[in-house]
Ligand binder design. Sequence first.
Ligand code: ZN
Length: 312
Amino acid sequence: MEGLVYKSTGSWYTVKDVATGQFYECRIKGKFRLKGIKNTNPIAVGDRVLFRLEESNRGVITEIKERDNYIIRKSVNLSKQTHIIASNINLAFLVVTLNNPPNSTTFIDRFLVTAEAYGIKTVLLFNKVDTYTEDELTEVKYLASIYRKAGYECIGISATTGKNIDKVKATMEGKTCVVSGHSGAGKSTLINAIAPNLHLKTAEISQQHQQGQHTTTFAEMFDLPFGARIIDTPGIKGFGMVEIEKEELTDYFPEFFALKHQCKFNNCLHTDEPQCAVKAALDRDEIAWSRYKSYLQILKGEESVYREGEGE
Ligand code: ZN
């Protein structure tokens, strides 16, 4: 039987039979791992698996299919093991606000780089558009124009009033999605606007965080009535960590990547090299300075892209 993992509690997995839509509690027998991944959990939410039934509603997972992508969290100890939070994600939403809380372009760019490295498409949601002044709206539109030029879809929304929530839903159709954003950016309000009956854990978890409590939670996937899936990742901040080689970084800035082959040197890092197409585009204002600045920061390792504690 072919299944999709919706929930993991460590030793038991909730698996949906893709043929019938029926859910089963499954466990794994023995050890099985995917090549090249040193992780603490063999099965993650979003995994496509094969399973067989042992009792009427309980089963055993016998095989895991190759993942299209996955997001990880590094364990805090020195074992260098990683925890796979979720897999096979088609779309990430990053909820951003101008000033409540303030979201820097550096924060946005770091998120986008990590998502690109994971191979996950991102849509930027500029939330709270109903609360901005004329000047602030102009600024939001300018920000959106930077990211549209870089190749990202941007939608101005209000999770509170419901503005453009239908557009968000339309982009989700048929996809498995995750929602990220700074605490206070309106992530849980958005999820509630998209799926009022889910009552995800996101909100209560972030409150617990503020109280300094240590909570271990598990990701969980939900079917939405309009043919999409959402993976709730309570208590998980940002997109975890990835290691990126300097030479690879251009690949994760789509508008740089498009020009890369026009640089004189094929290993151009777009810093001091002569006849660099990226810097030429920057001079012509075709690439935003804020994007180039973020690129340099990440390149020089001034600030880690991958820092935990950014957003949730
Ligand atoms: Zn270059």
